[in-house]
Design a protein around this ligand. Structure first.
Ligand code: ACO
Length: 344
């Protein structure tokens, strides 16, 4: 689905504009070497097959909502504001199956009785949340929305499964979107979203939901771990992010060669390069920070944006293409011109 937005048609039209960016990582860094001590893996395999060198895992007692509060507070500070009308939280690892985590985060941030809900689109969650928040602003429901991606995958990883335990990290990233004009730097200019539920089993936590309960089966702890058929997912990730990126570029009228920064979901450096190749975008323009944080699922894109700004790899006025893919299967892309925003 491509959400119709034609910025060139009316540059003064109402738009959702990115005005703040904040991130938070838990303090405990976990190196490839540390994982190799108890798993049949190696730093060399992890680095060459994924690009990951380390990830951060939350300490016991720290949940997704805690990371979201920290990142949300920093995004508000980055935007120079203290309030928002809504909180949209993308996560695969909510604090509870019920209720959603976003209202708790809004309360902890003392935002008052604002709209607050979770978005479940796994690694595409942040782009889905951005699109949802943009809809709140374009419809006039909200003037300012705090959009957060936060995860604690460490809690759903089977520590004995080398296929997944080496890949995922915990963390949170957030942006502030405010009502503004489509010609303002930071305006979200267009989106493309898609899904393929026929491949739902490729990335899944099989147990713990109504599907399992409907079978009359007792809860089985073994089915509560995260599973991924990585090889099958790889090709689909490249195709979906490539196709979705092309669709959003066409929507906003940007030639592919005009993209300054490709900020893709940080799953695997080989995937990021393959998407860049497919689009004809120089690999040097693909932002990579998964070496430092691993795959943080819904938190991955804001964490990559913040690192790119801090490294000088993303500058005010540059054309940015966001693209993400994950369980569902679900994918999405968005385009914006990077505003004068300093991450906190
Ligand atoms: N250490 C050492 N060996 C390993 C490890 C490990 N950690 N993991 C797997 N291997 C082995 C396998 O057992 C296999 O051995 P075999 O050849 O003897 O059978 C071999 O390495 C190759 O395994 P593959 O799965 O084919 O490895 P691949 O090169 O495909 O890399 C990976 C696996 C990194 C998961 C890759 O497939 C990938 O990145 N897939 C896409 C992930 C993705 O984009 N997910 C979507 C977003 S995430 C989300 O939505 C939550």
């Amino acid at each position: 689905m491509t959400i119709p937005q034609r910025p060139e048609a009316d540059p003064a039209r109402r738009a959702a504009v990115l005005t703040g960016l904040g991130t938070f990582l838990p303090p405990r860094a976990v190196s490839n070497e540390e994982l190799s001590e108890h798993l049949d893996t190696s730093d060399e395999w992890i680095r060459t097959r994924t690009g990951i060198r380390r990830r951060y895992w939350a300490d016991p007692g720290t949940a997704t909502g805690d990371l979201a509060v920290e990142a949300g507070a920093r995004a508000l500070k980055s935007a120079g504001v203290t309030g928002a009308d809504a909180v949209v939280l993308a996560t695969t690892t909510p604090d509870h199956p019920c209720p959603a985590t976003a209202p708790w985060v809004a309360a902890r941030l003392e935002l008052g009785p604002v709209a607050a809900y979770d978005v479940a689109a796994v690694c595409a969650g942040f782009v889905y949340a951005l699109a949802s928040a943009t809809g709140l602003i374009l419809s006039g429901v909200a003037e300012r929305v705090l959009v957060i991606g936060a995860e604690t995958y460490s809690g759903i990883l089977d520590p004995t499964d080398r296929n997944t335990a080496v890949i995922f990290g915990d963390g949170a990233g957030a942006v502030v979107l405010e009502a503004g004009r489509a010609d303002a730097p930071g305006a979200l200019l267009g989106f493309d979203l898609g899904s393929d539920g026929s491949q739902a089993d490729l990335i899944a936590v099989p147990g713990g939901g109504s599907r399992q309960r409907s079978g009359g089966n007792p809860p089985d702890p073994a089915t509560s771990w995260f599973t991924m058929q990585g090889k099958k997912v790889f090709a689909r990730a490249v195709a979906a992010m490539g196709g979705s990126s092309a669709a959003v570029l066409e929507r906003v009228g940007w030639p592919r060669e005009s993209v300054d920064r490709l900020v893709g979901h940080q799953a695997n450096v080989r995937i990021l390069h393959a998407v860049a190749d497919r689009l004809g975008i120089d690999r040097e323009r693909a932002v990579v920070n998964l070496d430092r944080v691993g795959n943080t699922s819904a938190a991955s894109i804001p964490l990559a944006l913040a690192d790119a700004v801090a490294d000088g790899g993303l500058r005010t006025g540059e054309r940015v293409l966001l693209t993400a893919f994950g369980g569902g299967l679900a994918w999405g892309s968005a385009a914006l011109v990077w505003p004068d925003v300093q991450p906190c």
